[in-house]
Design a protein around this ligand. Structure first.
Ligand code: X5A
Ligand code: ZN
Length: 681
């Protein structure tokens, strides 16, 4: 697979600026681009990317989406004076022309297409284009919402035409609805468009009926337009992640795109005057990490909105850092979606039930008839003086957020461990690994004995076990000391090794260790103090072992036809894991595993978003093939391969539902419907 991350930035796109005063358009400033780029330089991210020059998009390319009338109007503004510019601008909802706007908009289109070419040709794995003006509000025949040409829509049409792509996913995490993009692909089943947006029951701009969850696409495109309206401001990290787990990601894996394009607006981040949301920059690392798992990693991220300069530039940096493959920072704070978010998630799932196989067996009978959805439109602010006051507070607020972020980034960023993947070479089988791993020195017997003294005493009597424990602990130590990001150990007795590893990690000082154990487990670690959360995946119901908040048994036998484990990972394992917020993840593959290699790779890839990407893999030593795919997933050098998507059976859907009902009070990221009167924050 291709490696490397492209970054496209051209200073000329900062010449497009507002020449008169206008409170609506005044926020779309050139500094949005330059301050993002400066911050990328400060984090030394620019030098790690492949620089790809921008170019002008050609007329033919622009005409893939826009009318020639629209193109001509735009072109004609190049020679206009201020008065004339103001007049044409007035023909549109929230747009301004500058004499160089046309040139910048063509550069924005061309930059986006260059990125598509770089990714599709395999020159790079993924990349980001920093462009102005943005694109997603722009329509066939109209500029709108700071957008002149729809960069992302043109890119999708271009990729279809030039590379013959049949499935493209557009993820629009900008806080506004990209209604322009929706209109362009409404009837097109080859482009799956997902957008979440501030909506407030149609109160928020652009205040369209068709931004609601029941706009699912038209004609052949039915089911390929996904709107997730936020009906309250203040949505945060947990709401966004819940939307990914319970809506976007299952759709996306079922859709199986060949290319992912992100309409990457950061006005959905904290401090933004437009969005009024609460998500912190690191959430964009997680969102990026998730979409990187699709389409063989082929991912183009295109800037859209984002108007709080500090929030914007930090979020851009988190995105690029993640594209480069750096470990993902931990999300802090309570992990639970709010009631309003859960309602929206529930509604969009219900609206799409008939179009998506993974939703087929979801029970939505309790829902009110969709056509009777209530439109409780709020009255406009009757007191304009309050509005004025709130503007003053907004400025204070912006400064407050700036200070908060300055400190916050210092807290969440951490040095990247010098070693990516550590292992030992006890039996020589690691030489068969297809990717570069780092070999660490094994411990000697006295060292090991000291470490496991008085613990599993009879186990350490056997020399063979002692040696394997020694090599396992040597790798684990590298991870605990943050010298390695992740590691792989092979063991003749997986569950013994895991028990020792968990105990050792907790003693070392790790407060929350998540363990996913696949296969038969002979020793059940004590999970009572909450410092370990065990999810045990096995074929048969475990009798006699009590289920508790910290010991969860998931009986899952992977489908023989393909990978149906997606629904368990997205619908259960990830939500539980993100609710717990571990600082170390241990994934073990023991004897008699009930998952195939594809299912196991999926676990490893998706769980890398947790615990600053610290994962310790313990694999039963007979499983050379598993070792190889796990090594691939952990090193991150090659594309994740999860096998053919198979939707879950009725029985499996029920299984997840039962688990969800049982645990959603405690692991609240599981919540995706409000019918059970769940407790609320
Ligand atoms: C790209 C973008 C927002 C337009 C807001 C107009 N546009 N009120 O974020
Ligand atoms: Zn926006």
């Amino acid at each position: 697979m291709a490696s490397g991350t492209a970054l496209i930035y051209d200073e000329e796109m900062t010449t497009h600026k507002l020449l008169w005063s206008d409170p609506v358009c005044g926020i779309e400033v050139p500094e949005r681009l330059s301050s993002s780029y400066d911050q990328l330089k400060r984090y030394h991210l620019v030098e790690r990317c492949v620089h790809v020059p921008a170019r002008e998009g050609s007329k033919e390319e622009i005409l893939l989406v826009h009318s020639s009338e629209h193109l001509e109007v735009a072109k004609s503004t190049q020679t206009m004076n201020e008065e004339e510019l103001k007049k044409v601008s007035g023909n549109y909802d929230a747009f301004f022309f500058h004499p160089n706007t046309y040139r910048c908009a063509r550069l924005a289109v061309g930059a986006t297409l260059e990125l598509v070419d770089a990714v599709m040709s395999g020159k790079v794995r993924n990349g980001m284009a920093l462009v102005r003006p943005p694109g997603h509000h722009s329509q066939r025949n109209a500029a709108n919402g700071f957008c002149l040409f729809n960069n992302v829509a043109i890119a999708a049409e271009y990729a279809k035409l030039k590379y013959g792509l049949q499935r493209i996913l557009i993820v629009d995490w900008d806080v506004h609805h990209g209604q322009g993009t929706q209109y362009i692909f409404e009837e097109d089943p080859s482009v799956l468009y997902f957008s979440w947006h501030r909506y407030e029951h149609q109160e928020f701009w652009p205040s369209l009926k068709e931004s609601d969850y029941d706009a699912v696409g038209l004609g052949k495109g039915r089911g390929f337009n996904i709107n997730l309206p936020w009906n309250k401001v203040g949505m945060g990290n947990s709401d966004y992640l819940a939307a990914f787990f319970h809506v976007l990601l299952p759709m996306a894996f079922e859709f199986d795109p060949e290319l992912v394009i992100v309409s990457s607006g950061y006005d959905s981040g904290i401090g933004d005057p437009e969005g009024q949301m609460n998500a912190t920059p690191e959430v964009f690392a997680h969102l990026t990490h998730f979409v990187m798992q699709l389409a063989n990693g082929k991912l183009c991220v295109i800037l859209e909105g984002g108007y709080h300069l500090k929030s914007l530039s930090e979020s851009v940096c988190m995105t690029v850092k993640t594209l480069l493959g750096d470990p993902v920072p931990q999300i802090t704070g309570e992990m639970a979606p709010c009631l309003s978010a859960v309602e929206s998630i529930q509604n969009v799932r219900a609206a799409h039930k008939r179009y998506w196989k993974w939703l087929m067996y979801e029970d939505t009978s309790f829902l009110q008839n969709l056509s009777t959805k209530s439109h409780l439109l709020k009255k406009a602010n009757p007191n304009p003086s309050i509005e004025h006051e709130s503007k003053i507070t907004n400025k204070d607020e912006a400064v407050k957020v700036e200070r908060f972020l300055e400190l916050h980034m210092k807290n969440i960023l951490f040095p990247v461990p010098p070693i990516k993947t550590a292992t030992t070479d006890s039996k020589g089988s690691v030489h068969l690994l297809p990717v570069p791993v780092h070999f660490v020195k094994e411990m000697d017997k006295t060292e090991i004995k000291a470490l496991v003294s008085g613990f599993y005493a009879d186990i350490v009597k056997e020399d063979k076990n002692l040696l394997s424990l020694g090599s396992m602990l040597a790798i684990l130590d590298k991870i605990l000391k943050k010298e390695a990001c992740n590691g792989i150990a092979e063991s003749p007795t997986c569950s013994v090794s895991v028990a020792v590893a968990l105990r050792h990690s907790v003693r070392f000082g790790f407060q929350r260790v998540l363990c996913i154990f696949v296969g038969d487990m002979e020793i059940i670690p004590n999970t009572e103090d909450g410092k370990i959360l065990m999810i045990h995946i096995c074929e048969k119901e475990q009798s006699g072992k009590t289920r508790s908040k910290h010991y969860i048994s998931l009986n899952w036998k992977e489908d023989a036809e393909g990978n149906d484990f997606f629904s368990a990972v997205l619908g259960f394992i990830l939500p539980v894991a993100y609710s717990y917020q571990p600082n170390l993840t241990v994934i073990a593959v023991g004897p008699n595993r009930s998952l195939g290699i594809n299912g196991i790779s999926l676990l490893f890839s998706l769980l890398q978003g947790l615990a600053e990407s610290r994962i310790f893999a313990v694999i039963e030593d007979t499983e050379i093939n598993v070792m190889q795919s796990v090594a691939k997933a952990l090193v991150g050098a090659s594309a994740p391969h999860f096998g053919v998507y198979v939707p879950p059976t009725q029985e499996k859907v029920n299984k997840i539902k039962i688990l969800r009902d049982q645990f959603q009070q405690e692991w609240r990221m599981l919540q995706c419907s409000v019918k059970d009167g769940i407790s609320r924050n």
